[in-house]
Design a protein around this ligand. Structure first.
Ligand SMILES: [Zn+2]
Length: 71
């Protein structure tokens, strides 16, 4: 069981990926699963809303791919 789960979503302005770590325990995931989260964007400076579920899946796929892959 990982201590943290990596979420990934993409900035709607620049298209750049943003990674976001959350606690990876089952209760936290269950609580956040159906929610939308707000996150300050380091690329464009705005606050983006994103789906936890979509970002979690994208993060899992990212972690499982080559870690040194370039964007
Ligand atoms: Zn942005």
């Amino acid at each position: 069981m990982p201590l943290f789960a990596t979420l990934r979503f993409h900035c709607s302005e620049t298209g750049k990926p943003i990674d976001y770590e959350v606690p990876g325990d089952a209760n936290t995931l269950k609580d956040l699963w159906s929610r939308s989260l707000l996150r300050h964007c380091p690329h464009c400076g705005q606050v983006h809303r994103f789906s936890f579920r979509q970002a979690y899946v994208a993060g899992m796929l990212t972690v499982r791919s080559l870690p040194q892959s370039t964007e």
